[in-house]
Design a protein around this ligand. Sequence first.
Ligand SMILES: Cc1cc2nc3c(=O)[nH]c(=O)nc-3n(C[C@H](O)[C@H](O)[C@H](O)COP(=O)(O)O)c2cc1C
Length: 192
Amino acid sequence: MKLLHLDSSIMGANSVSRTVSAAIVERLQSDIADLDVTYRDLAADPLGHLTLADLGSEEGSAVLDQFLAADIVVIGAGFYNFTVPTQLKAWIDRILIVGRTFRYTEQGPEGLVKGKRIIVALSRGGVYGEGSPIAQYEHAEKLLRTAFGFIGIYDPQFIIAEGVARGEEVRAAAVANALVQASHVTVTQPAA
Ligand SMILES: Cc1cc2nc3c(=O)[nH]c(=O)nc-3n(C[C@H](O)[C@H](O)[C@H](O)COP(=O)(O)O)c2cc1C
């Protein structure tokens, strides 16, 4: 079984999403004996902004093939200026490819990616969850659910640490809670 692990936080060792994504991968490694893990740090080893020349380029195809080959994709994402890091957006721009991951039919667009498990570790400074007065400013989980749903992955799992900018105590509790969730991740959950 293949697992693709991506991180995109710019915060290095202080990153919450990196801590949680690593815990998820560790948990799955202890569960699945033959897990073949590929790691890409999109902050240290970034893809450029998508250009016309990139569409169909060798680099773009390699990124897409790596995604398609994975049974499980674990993504670490910080919440920057209301959405995902630009490094992660550049990766998404390489996997939403017409004819490969979606196609247009007479009934509308159809996702072509089946049976892949996506788990996202998302860390937000503020509190944007359901019921929050600023919930409408959340464009990271929303973007990722839309993008993955568009290509046929309707049920990505999110493990969210939020309020981490609200002081040490809140941050520690949010991280601890996310790590508990990470320790409960199993592959027996149905793939989308
Ligand atoms: C450049 C930058 C932009 C940020 N923008 C927001 C924001 O719009 N809303 C928010 O609640 N927190 C914001 N934060 C706080 C981050 O969401 C928080 O630090 C989170 O832990 C980032 O994930 P990371 O620790 O994995 O990098 C921002 C942090 C940085 C560094």
